[in-house]
Design a protein. Structure first.
Lengths: 230, 423
């Protein structure tokens, strides 16, 4: 088959002219056969610039940890405030830098790691202050927030339809979470029950219901899309 | 323990390791298509069977204190399946393992060479012998003639030596330092190389060239110069136009009567200056033909060799550590190396196989990589009555290819086009 524009003959398998990009008409038995001069294998290449940047950030963070440790040891003769700084930097590295070393971001791996690191940091603070709020407050709340975050991200990532319902459900779950926070606060710190969390429950439930309703009522959804598109 | 052989880089090869970038280096590819699908195991055996006869190809790039060098590799050179586009990046790490890459896809076997190892002619000799050895192992057919060597033989020392210093003239000749038009384009973010192959009957191409009083190389270079000129005219206001010059590699083996398998090629440039007025195609063709005839002579090329060899002889440069030499060479190449031409038109000439192998080989291709700073390049080879014109591109725009091949059609040549369209 010939390109009507360039006048060149096109090899079998060409669906458009490679020179002028004029599409070829689909002719039975003509062009469009499965001949392909090259395979579909792409080379795997390391992104050196990315690794250089990430390595530099890691080195700067490690240096900051080291400087804090030296200063703290020189001043107090033991690990004091530098422990918080070092573990804080380690937490920041785990959350922000570690995933960037990988080609893809895997929520089912990185999010549990992030929450485990956060729980570890909270445990260190609790233990170093000689207090006892970790098991009754920080740990259950971290676990619940982790479960909520992981399930939300997974649903948004892998379920392509009905995202508006997912968001609505998550907002209602956040309302319930506020109630749980106050409940664990009450158990651990003996604060009064349900002082502020009921407002949050009401607000987030209303917002969540609004999202679910707008998913269920197409004219409302269209109106919102028209008014709030970006 | 057996001592590993090592080879100094030839004079033309010195620049290539120094100017390597993280995303670019100077590689070229020669491929042969056979009648049957390539068997990777037989190809591996054939490849590693050539080790003794072609020792300068089974090498890796190493850095010394003052210069880079090539070191013999002891392990087997692997063969692997081909990629979605030719001349995928050969990283410094890969070159540290092996300076050639042997690939197969369907009926085609291909070898990609880092330019420090050899030039197109040397590469063609290697690939011809690899193909012959493959056919011998697979089909039991053999013929040691027409450039096919006995794989168990010993290489001629002349094949392994750098011939540049030997033929350097007494006086250096430098390329005219003119700022030429630079082709540009939108780079492909994933380094994809678009390849457009134009297949033209060789007889028709020779007839067309003769009709315009030119050789095939000068005819194609003239068509390219005209196409580049039209790209410039479409994109640059007349007052800001620059000369259009095509870089044409000249095989020095023919001029100096040697058969080295190391690099032995230098480029000459030919073209026209659109600032002086409009040129017809015949005028461009005439300019290119006469420039080539004037420059591609033994005396002129000896002067050019002298200009290249002289810095490498300088004691101060020789004693400069590699980490200082590299940025200096890179800077010199950046400001001088590619400013003299817009694009290469590299014609490998006519390649033929002995009659015993002809029935197994359907085509032979030669592809050079894109330039250091320009997104396009063109390479040509003839085999079996057909001429394969490969235009490679690292940018998205295909305007130059369109103008080039459409012009060939206008000049009365039947052109068949193939491409590695992205899938």
């Amino acid at each position: 088959m010939y390109c009507v524009k360039c006048g060149v003959k096109l090899a079998d398998g060409e669906t458009e002219c490679p020179l002028c990009h004029t599409p070829l008409p689909a002719v039975e038995g003509g062009s469009g056969a499965s001949f392909t001069p090259y395979s579909d294998r792409y080379p795997r290449e390391r992104d050196h610039e990315k690794y250089l940047i990430l390595g530099s950030i890691t080195a700067v963070m490690a240096a900051a940890c080291l400087i804090c440790l030296i200063l703290c040891l020189k001043t107090y003769g033991r690990v004091y405030w530098s422990g918080y700084v070092m573990l804080g930097i380690a937490l920041a590295w785990t959350v922000c830098v570690l995933p960037a070393f990988f080609r893809r971001w895997y929520p089912m791996i990185f999010l549990p790691v992030d929450f485990a690191a956060a729980a570890g940091y909270l445990l260190y603070i609790c233990a170093s202050l000689g207090q006892h709020w970790f098991l009754s407050f920080a740990f259950p709340l971290t676990a619940i927030v982790a479960a909520l975050t992981i399930s939300t991200v997974s649903m948004l990532r892998y379920i392509k339809r009905g995202r508006i319902f997912i968001v609505g459900g998550v907002l209602m779950a956040i309302g319930s979470l506020c109630m749980l926070v106050e409940f664990f606060q009450h158990i651990t710190f003996r604060t009064p029950m349900f002082v502020w969390s009921l407002y949050c429950v009401a607000f987030f439930t209303a917002l969540g219901l609004f999202f679910i309703l707008s998913g269920m009522i197409p004219p409302l959804r269209a109106f919102l899309e028209r008014k709030f598109f970006f | 323990m057996k001592r590993k052989k090592w080879f100094r880089l030839d004079n033309a090869a010195l620049i290539f390791p120094a100017i390597m970038k993280r995303r670019w280096n100077n590689v070229f590819r020669i491929s042969v298509s056979l009648t049957d699908p390539v068997d990777p195991e037989t190809l591996r055996l054939a490849l590693n069977g050539l080790r003794g006869r072609f020792p300068t190809f089974f090498v890796r790039l190493r850095a010394g204190f003052f210069w880079y060098y090539l070191e013999e590799i002891t392990g087997e050179v692997p063969v692997s399946s081909d990629f979605a586009y030719p001349l995928t990046h050969m990283s410094r790490r890969q070159l540290g393992r092996c300076c050639i890459r042997v690939l197969y896809y369907g009926n085609r076997l291909a070898v990609e060479f880092f330019h420090s190892v050899t030039d197109g002619t040397g590469g063609a000799v290697f690939v011809k012998n690899l193909t012959a050895e493959y056919i011998r192992l697979k089909y039991g057919v053999g013929d040691l003639s027409g450039g096919i060597f006995d794989p168990s033989g010993v290489p001629d020392p002349a094949e392994l030596t750098d011939r540049f210093p030997e033929f350097a003239g007494g006086y250096p000749v430098s390329e005219e330092d003119t700022r030429v038009f630079r082709l540009r384009g939108t780079p492909e973010p994933d380094r994809f190389r678009h390849l457009t192959t134009g297949i033209v009957p060789t007889d028709a191409l020779i007839d067309a060239a003769h009709r315009h009083g030119a050789t095939v190389t000068s005819f194609l270079a003239a068509v390219m110069a005209e196409a580049v000129g039209r790209v410039q005219a479409e994109n640059v206001p007349r007052g800001a136009m620059r000369p259009v010059r095509i870089m044409i590699p000249v095989n020095l083996r023919r001029l100096f009567g040697t058969d080295t398998l190391r690099n032995f090629v230098l480029t000459v440039t030919a073209g026209y200056d659109p600032r002086l007025g409009d040129y017809t195609f015949d005028e461009i063709c005439s300019r290119v033909k006469h420039s080539l005839a004037l420059d591609a002579t033994r005396q002129h090329m000896a002067g050019k060799i002298e200009a290249n060899v002289r810095p490498a002889r300088n004691r101060i440069i020789r004693l400069m550590p590699l980490f200082i030499k590299n940025p200096v060479m890179r800077a010199v190449y950046h400001f001088v190396g590619e400013r003299v031409g817009c694009i290469n038109v590299s014609n490998l000439g006519s390649v033929s196989f002995p009659p015993a192998y002809e029935g197994f080989v359907t085509r032979f291709e030669f592809i050079i990589g894109v330039q250091y700073s320009y997104p396009n390049n063109c390479s040509v080879v003839s085999c079996g009555g057909r001429t394969f014109i490969n235009m490679i591109r690292s940018s998205r725009e295909s305007e130059l290819e369109r103008l080039f091949f459409a012009r060939l059609v206008e000049l009365g040549l039947p052109v068949e086009i193939e491409s590695n369209r992205r899938r």
